[in-house]
Ligand binder design. Sequence first.
Ligand code: NAD
Length: 252
Amino acid sequence: MTKPLEGQVILVTGATGGIGAAIVERLAMEGARPIIHFGRDRHGAEALLARIGGHGWLIEADLSAPEGSFELWRKAVEAVGRVHGLVNNAGIRTEILIDASAEEWRSAWQREFQINFFAAADLSKEAIRHFRANGGGRIVNLASRAGQRGYAADAMPYGATKAALLNLTKSIARSFGADGVVAVAIAPGWVRTEMAEDFIATHGKAQAVADIPIGEMASPSEVAELVAFVLRPSQTSLNGATLDVNGGSYIR
Ligand code: NAD
């Protein structure tokens, strides 16, 4: 039986992180060939490529640099020719208090927007042009519950970048469907990765799960399963949605 993602080439940013690596493994399991983007962790990226039997590509790019996304997309197309899907997964979460100096405050907001949003917007621009010229494609944006319900006083830039990403997803979905381009956002609450471990180390697990009805964080593999499902070419009408993966902690 043909696998659901057979023949699909999918670029995953931040692929060596907790959720990114799970996405790559899931995509490979479903027959896709992933392009593994990494920022610094070449060793982790090589190990991930080995885990999927070498059936993919590795590309390094720093998304904190203004040209980073454009270089990444150019290298990806040079390496593979045709890309069918883009998963904007790379992200950071910075804690910054309103008592910080103006310089620290500005720098935190700018860095958070550059990596979490501008890099994704730039990649989406290039992907849409490529998809439009080559018979279509799919964009999946890793947003967050934080972008839906607002966020904590000590990490406001994070929530704002994710809200922007949700809006970008909807604009793409409304604007480029006729060109065969669809876009979907995934909005997890806490997912058990390094990002969550950093929070737990400072604030404790009880605080992280306090408002989650099922009392547990999501696992990277359940997010990955959903991303792979969204990328199935058979899902022609799934466009513009925000899929909540938050244990019931934010219900719309
Ligand atoms: P993670 O920290 O494990 O991974 C983040 C990835 O982004 C890493 O591979 C890292 O190298 C990459 N990255 C960061 N800065 C970069 C840069 N300048 N250039 C290139 N790559 C860079 O985090 P994760 O938990 O796997 O998060 C993945 C995505 O899911 C993020 O967008 C995050 O905001 C989102 N998310 C996570 C959670 C959670 O609780 N873990 C919840 C909701 C949404």
